[in-house]
Design a protein around this ligand. Structure first.
Ligand code: HEM
Length: 485
């Protein structure tokens, strides 16, 4: 009798549990309310805790969501400054006081006047920071947070992770505001090689970057986009305050697109983890189902790009000057010990976790160089990508030689069906890459007389014609498209 229970009932229960999780994930990918999403996320994490004992990939995934994400994904950021420690609040106040001084509707082409305006803006920000920020107290709070995380004692933490995330965003946005001082960014600022950033923005940045395992002076998609929304979905630290609606709208919609894609990516990560863990325990039917689910849910995530990345929502006429310019960085630092000069880039779509995770799951090499990976992709996001790449069933299938096995157009066994499901994901990514290339290149070709040519995430280019200058970037995109198979 007991054996009947073991052999019939237990598998039935397991199958229905897995069915419930599948159904729940599909529902999560649709428009669930934030409260129900939260409840479901808890369930997913509970389930994941059980997996944690068994598999590295489940462990790094739950670490990412619980630690960096404050129990959620995209990461939670608490922008209610009444709940921030008092000594951190001046930073947010100063951003909101300074940001209306950043943009102008008619960019000036007068270099001398621009130098003066930049000097005034930076001088005022420096003065406000020096007067209102008590740097020793800020340091104490950040040290306390670091120590409590080290001991894994959240109860003793000086601030919660979601506050920490919002503060990270605030410091990142203040640094970019200080860096550019005028929006649209102007040539004289672009041509700077080193800038002297106020100590009040240097000290916390070192703590924040260390916590996220990053090495860049400029910020990244996580800080400026993922952390720049409240849990109600409000966009917080803005660039183009006081500018006409279409400019403000373009700025917000662009940032929101990245946040929304990562929201739809959560069930995809979960499916990838499930695919790997079921493959490793030899359950190929379940692996197949999870790989197929990745493909279905990826379509929803990519639809955000297809439906939103166009002139009607983000006009080409304003993107480079008012949306992207602020997100660049393009100045460097001289290493005290070696005297070596290094220069950091700014934000690029290539930093977004979803694309890196899917590539890793497909068993592809990284798009970002090793240096850029540690400059712009937080440590626990990197760990997830590395683990996915190491454990993807696709590597094993390739080795076993069953890839794309076909007999008269029909796949023969589960291995071949899993391999074919992977191939469908690769095909979907190829379609995205082709569409991305077609959609985005015209944005880079827009004239912006106030500036020298700069590109998404890369530095100033000195080539003579626009076409020539953009060719290397286009080649990067084509190369990645060709690698996707
Ligand atoms: C006007 C908007 C955009 C422009 C002009 C643009 C431009 C570029 C350029 C020039 C590159 C190659 C250089 C680099 O790595 O930074 C790139 C890479 C990339 N971008 Fe965009 N991009 C835009 C929007 C987006 C959006 C909205 C997404 C996704 C939501 C995205 C995702 C990516 C990814 C994943 C890569 C890495 C290459 C690859 O995986 O194929 N981009 N982008």
């Amino acid at each position: 009798m007991f054996h009947i229970f073991i052999f019939l009932i237990v598998p039935l229960l397991a199958a229905s549990f897995s069915f419930i999780i599948d159904a729940a994930l599909k529902w999560l990918a649709s428009n669930a309310s934030p409260t129900s999403k939260k409840a479901l996320l808890n369930k997913l994490l509970d389930n994941n805790h059980r997996l944690e004992d068994r598999h590295e990939v489940a462990l790094v995934f739950s670490k990412l969501v619980e630690q960096d994400g404050a129990g959620s994904w995209p990461p939670k950021a608490n922008h209610d400054t009444s709940l921030w420690p008092a000594s951190l609040r001046p930073y947010s106040e100063i951003y909101h006081e300074m940001s209306p001084l950043l943009p102008s509707l008619k960019p000036s082409l007068d270099g001398e006047a621009n130098i003066k305006r930049i000097k005034n803006f930076r001088g005022l920000m420096r003065e406000k920071l020096a007067k209102r920020v008590k740097i020793a107290q800020v340091q104490d709070i950040l040290t306390g947070f670091e120590e409590s995380s080290f001991k894994n004692a959240q109860s003793q933490a000086t601030l919660a992770q979601d506050t920490y995330n919002a503060f990270y965003c605030c410091i990142a946005m203040l640094r970019h505001a200080y860096r550019w001082a005028i929006i649209p960014a102007v040539t004289v600022a672009q041509l700077e090689t080193v800038i002297d950033i106020p100590a009040e923005l240097v000290t916390p940045w070192a703590f924040l970057q260390c916590r996220f395992g990053l090495r860049s002076e400029g910020s990244n998609i996580t800080t400026n986009f993922l952390h720049n929304f409240t849990s109600k979905g409000d966009y917080v630290f803005k660039i183009n305050v006081g500018m006409p609606d279409h400019i403000q709208r373009a700025e917000e919609l662009f940032a929101r697109m990245f946040h929304e894609i990562e929201g739809l990516a959560l069930p995809i990560y979960f499916e990838m983890v499930q695919a790997i863990t079921s493959f490793d325990r030899g359950d190929k039917a379940s692996t197949l189902r999870h790989v197929e689910n990745v493909n279905v849910q990826l379509r929803e995530g990519l639809c955000v790009f297809y439906e939103q990345m166009h002139d009607g929502r983000v006009p080409k006429a304003v993107w480079m000057s008012y949306v992207q310019g602020f997100q660049a960085w393009g100045v460097g630092r001289i290493d005290d010990a070696s005297g070596e000069f290094t220069k950091d880039g700014g934000l690029s779509g290539s930093h977004l976790l979803l694309f890196q995770a899917v590539d890793a799951f497909l068993g592809m090499g990284r798009y970002l160089s090793a240096a850029d990976f540690t400059r712009f992709v937080p440590k626990r996001q990197r760990d997830l990508c590395d683990a996915l790449r190491r454990h993807t069933p696709r590597n094993v299938l390739k080795l076993s030689g069953s890839l794309y096995e076909k007999a008269g157009g029909e796949t023969r066994d589960l291995d071949a069906r899993i391999a074919s499901a992977f191939k469908q994901i690769a095909d979907r990514m190829r379609v995205f890459r082709a569409a991305h290339r077609t959609r985005v290149m015209p944005y880079l070709k827009q004239p912006a007389p106030e500036r020298v040519l700069m590109t998404a995430g890369k530095s100033v280019l000195e080539e003579t014609t626009l076409e020539e200058a953009l060719r290397p970037l286009d080649m990067l995109l084509v190369e990645r498209l060709n690698q996707t198979m």
